[in-house]
Design a protein around this ligand. Structure first.
Ligand SMILES: C[S@@+](CC[C@H](N)C(=O)[O-])C[C@H]1O[C@@H](n2cnc3c(N)ncnc32)[C@H](O)[C@@H]1O
Length: 276
């Protein structure tokens, strides 16, 4: 019999969650990078098993392999369906670079949200103040800026140089500014009272769930429009929504013509509202 056999009873959810959390600390990108769903397999987690079969202490964790994206530049055009009122598609130029972290690449929920904003067109957003959380390359914020919004794209410090390069690349210095915002930290006065809050692909690292909820609470008032685009990767994401529901209700955005396509890829676009 294999020594150190680790059996996790299905009923012991708390223990399983604790284990998941410790794995998240070891490799924060393990779910994100591989698009793993709830039933991860070993090819997705990068786990190498010992000879003694599954669920043993001989399991070795290797860091997830990042795609070797270093300073490529790409162009993405939105929307992919005829837009409300808008005549020409919006093209966003992005320098992508994985070296500062996962935000240095473009992610499917970001493309989905950018596409929806572009499809809605200028009237829905022109002249409004917009803050994007976990903006990464800045893709979503650039679409909002190109539509005439007054935008702040925010992320952690290591992403800011890439975001600034991308602002310049898109000629959006007058419309889009870059600011550091670490979820859970006090909100600087200049980032308060935004008309619109955008977030895409920000649910993937469990220890950050309460921090993201706290920042949403700090940012969002009764009048704020919040568009929250999310790709389901695993069961534990439920913990984020359990925290979120203490402060917010949400409903799916149903008028997006691209919805039947992205929902096949487990992507949802929600509108969040503060509980009163
Ligand atoms: C998967 S990327 C999504 C990037 C972009 N929204 C998109 O859809 O392409 C998640 C982003 O959240 C940011 N992020 C993660 N934890 C954060 C935290 N505690 N505070 C602020 N940003 C954070 C990451 O730096 C990264 O840019």
């Amino acid at each position: 019999m294999a020594s150190g056999l680790e059996i996790i009873p299905d009923a012991d959810i708390g223990r399983e969650w604790a284990r998941e959390e410790s794995l998240d600390y070891a490799d924060p990108l393990r779910h994100l990078m591989h698009g793993a769903d709830e039933d991860e397999d070993d090819t997705q987690t990068g786990r190498v098993r010992g000879d003694d079969g599954p669920h043993t202490d001989a399991t070795v964790l290797l860091p997830a392999q990042r795609p070797s994206v270093l300073g490529d530049t790409l162009a993405l055009s939105f929307p992919d369906t005829p837009a409300h009122g808008a005549t020409t598609p919006i093209t966003v130029h992005l320098k992508v670079d994985a070296s500062p972290g996962c935000g240095g690449m473009h992610w499917p929920a970001g493309q989905t949200l950018g596409n929806y904003l572009a499809w809605r067109g200028t009237d829905a957003i022109v002249g409004r103040t917009v803050l994007e959380l976990g903006a990464g390359t800045g893709l979503v914020g650039f679409v909002a800026g190109a539509l005439g919004a007054d935008v702040v794209i925010t992320d952690q410090a290591m992403l800011l140089p890439l975001m600034r390069e991308n602002v310049a690349l898109n000629g959006l210095k007058d419309r889009v500014r870059v600011a550091e915002l670490n979820w859970g930290e006090p909100l600087p006065p200049e980032l308060r009272k935004m008309d619109v809050v955008l977030a895409a692909d920000c649910v993937y690292f469990e220890p950050a769930f309460p921090l993201l909820v706290q920042t949403l609470v700090d940012l969002v008032g009764e009048e704020t429009e919040v568009l929250f685009c999310y790709k389901k990767r695993r069961k534990a994401d439920k913990r984020f929504f359990n925290l979120l529901k203490k402060h917010f209700t949400w409903s799916e955005v149903t008028d997006d013509p691209a919805r039947p396509i992205y929902s096949k890829d487990a992507i949802s676009l929600f509108r969040l509202r503060r509980r009163t």
